[in-house]
Structure formats: C-alpha cells, structure tokens
Design a protein around this ligand. Structure first.
Ligand code: AMP
Length: 358
C-alpha cells in the first residue's frame, strides 16, 4: 500500500482514552479521525473530526463508516469478529488484521498460540463445564486462577482458587462462562513490551517496562524495567516472533511474568496500544500512539529512543480529583481523558514523571 497522505481520514473503532490519544497523535501528523462507538459523548469523539454512534452489529452504519475513511483501526480487541469481517469486506484496509483480533479475544486460543510459537506461558487447561474444572484442578493444582476465555479486562471475570474446595465459588464467580484455568505464577515482577510492526514488516520495540497492578488494574509503570539484558532480549524476541506469526501491523503489547530464576512466561497480549505504554508519549522520540498511526498508515516507523526514565501512575476513579495538585507539580506530565463521571475503577487520566538520562 502507498503511504496514506496527510489529510486522509483514519477510522477508529472504540471511543475510549486509547482512541482519544490515537486521534490526537493522528491529528499531529495531519490526519482526521472518525470514531465509531456505541457510546454517545465518548472521550475519543470529542477530539476527533467525525463520529458515528452506532452498535457494532449495525451493518448499515458500519458500511457508511467504512466508506468515509481511508484506513481503519481499533482501540480495543473485543471488536466482534463479524464487525471486523464487514469492515474488511468494504475494501478499506483494516489493521491489525483478523488473526491478531481472533487470537487475542480468546485466552485459550491465545495461550495455545504462544505455545505453538515456542513462547512459554503458565500451565493452563480449558474449562467448559464444572466437571472440566475438577479435571483441570487435578492436572494444574492450586493455587490457580480461573478466567473467562473472553471479554475479561482489568482483572474482571477472574476468580482465584487457593484450594480445590474453592472450585464451586470460583465457578459461580465467573458465572459458569467458558473459561481457562491457569496455574498461579509466583513472579518476581511483571514486565511488558510495547512494539510496532509496519506494513513493510519493519519492527521496533520500546524499552521494556515493568508494571504494578492493584486489584487487577494497572497502577504504575516504570521504564526502563529493572531487568538484565538477557531478560530484555528474550522478551523482545518473543514479542517479535508473535508479531511475525500474526503478520501484525500496528502496535502490540505483551505482558510477561518474570520468575525469580530469570525465566519469562507470557501472560497475554493486546493487539493495540496499551496502558503500560503511555509513558512513551512523554519519554520517547515517538509515542506508542504516533507509532501505531504510522504503522497502519503505511509510514515508516519512528525512532523509539527513550530520553528519560519514566514513572507513569494511573489516575483511577476519585484519584482524578487531585488534578490541581498534579497541575502545580513541575515534574508531573498530566494527561486527563475528559471523562465525565469518576466511577470506581474507571481510568480517568495518568501522570508521568521523568528523570532525564545523562
Ligand atoms: P490478566 O487479566 O490476565 O492480565 O490478569 C490481571 C493480573 O492478575 C495480572 O497482571 C497479574 O497480576 C495477575 N495474574 C493473572 N494471571 C496470573 C497467573 N497465572 N499467576 C499469577 N498472577 C496472575
């Protein structure tokens, strides 16, 4: 594909903060964005040239949307497969492609895919019934963690199992949905790799970062991660293998558990920009958002050079009430998503603090 010219319109499925930051990065490169979201007054639409508010199943609205844009991408991975198929059939290039979406949407398929490309994960078993859970517990043991195969995020749709006696409660907690049982990993830290792959198959990773979660929600990202060079190299190599195997175009994030012996287990990947990559906007020559727009527009990838150490804190729920405090802190780069109601657990903004590198 010839590179998309400035002045073209990029369609983004989803109206959340990732769509908002993608749209702002796209605007800086001279593109207009058209947001497609079921949500009225989305925070992405408020910074974009156009919006369509319609259900993902609305084929007429999807067709009209596809006609109005020159390239299509998405800001979340749970776009229904049928929606992606309608858009692909419309002729507008959709990236990342259907394979990245399909693998990321189902935790069993995702773990099996990691295994098929030689990337280690926690032991896992598919759970389609209460009986399967007993069998899986016999094989994997406890402690373990039961997760719905689809639509889980920020620790939702998960139940921990300390011993086999917890099985009934855990199965009820995930509402008997199709699930995966994973062995509980005693990790030393969680790290992630944010990388991009271009239409020309070029690959560029940002420096590996480390993450702390609170109640299943990302709380803090530190870049660079405090890990040695072999760990960095194997995390980046696994990410590259994954992106090549998916023939992925765009940004993708892989979360890993680092074990005390230095081994890495892949936990999951997101076929999109990721919360643990927000620091790149303040600390790197190219942000993850610009990088994604460059990749899907067929532009060359930008340099991922990091010029400062960074710490990114999420502002979740009421945390956003401290905006005036952060605004008066000369070291804090404040990002607010323009969301109305600060519900518990809702990501409202983030703050990045930089320590320049010598
Ligand atoms: P996930 O939705 O899979 O990213 O899980 C959310 C968080 O739960 C992870 O970032 C970990 O902190 C924790 N977690 C998930 N799976 C496991 C596991 N197999 N072993 C230990 N901790 C886990």
């Amino acid at each position: 594909m010839t590179p998309l010219a400035p002045g073209s319109t990029i369609g983004i499925l989803g109206g959340g903060q990732l769509g908002r930051m993608l749209a702002m990065a796209a605007a800086r490169l001279g593109f207009d964005c058209h947001i497609y979201t079921p949500e009225a007054d989305s925070c992405a639409a408020r910074v974009s040239a156009r919006q369509t508010v319609a259900a993902f199943e609305d084929e007429r609205a999807l067709a009209a949307f596809a006609k109005s844009v020159h390239a299509i991408t998405y800001e979340f991975e749970n776009v229904p497969a049928a929606t992606a198929a309608v858009l692909e059939a419309s002729g507008a290039p959709v990236s990342p492609g259907a394979k990245s979406l399909a693998v990321a949407q189902d935790r069993v398929v995702e773990k099996a895919f990691f295994a098929s490309i030689g990337v280690a994960t926690a032991p896992f078993a598919r759970v389609d019934s209460r009986g399967d859970l007993d069998d899986a517990l016999k094989r994997i043991g406890a402690p373990s963690i039961l997760k719905t195969r689809r639509l889980g995020y920020d620790g939702k749709g998960q139940a921990r199992i300390a011993s086999a006696g917890d099985a009934d409660n855990a199965y009820a907690a995930i509402a008997a949905a199709p699930a995966i049982l994973e062995g509980m990993v005693k990790f030393e830290r969680e790290i992630s790799v944010i990388a991009a792959r271009g239409q020309d198959r070029a690959f560029a990773a940002f420096d590996v970062c480390e993450n702390e979660h609170n109640g299943g929600i990302l709380s803090l990202t530190r870049a660079p991660a405090r890990v040695n060079a072999p760990v960095t190299e194997s995390a980046v190599a696994a990410t590259r293998t994954l992106m090549d195997a998916l023939d992925h175009v765009g940004v993708l994030a892989v979360e890993f558990f680092l074990l005390p012996d230095g081994a890495l287990l892949a936990n999951e990947f997101a076929p999109r920009v990721h919360n643990s990559g927000h620091w790149t906007e303040d600390a790197c020559l190219t942000s993850q958002f610009e990088q994604h727009i460059r990749a899907i527009a067929g532009w060359p990838l930008g340099p991922t050079t990091r010029f400062a150490d960074a710490e990114m804190h999420n502002l979740i729920g009421d945390d956003v009430g401290l905006w005036a405090h952060y605004a008066s802190d000369p070291k804090a780069h404040l990002h607010l998503y323009g969301k109305g109601e600060a519900r518990a657990g809702r990501k409202m903004g983030h703050v990045t603090r930089l320590t320049p590198r010598n």
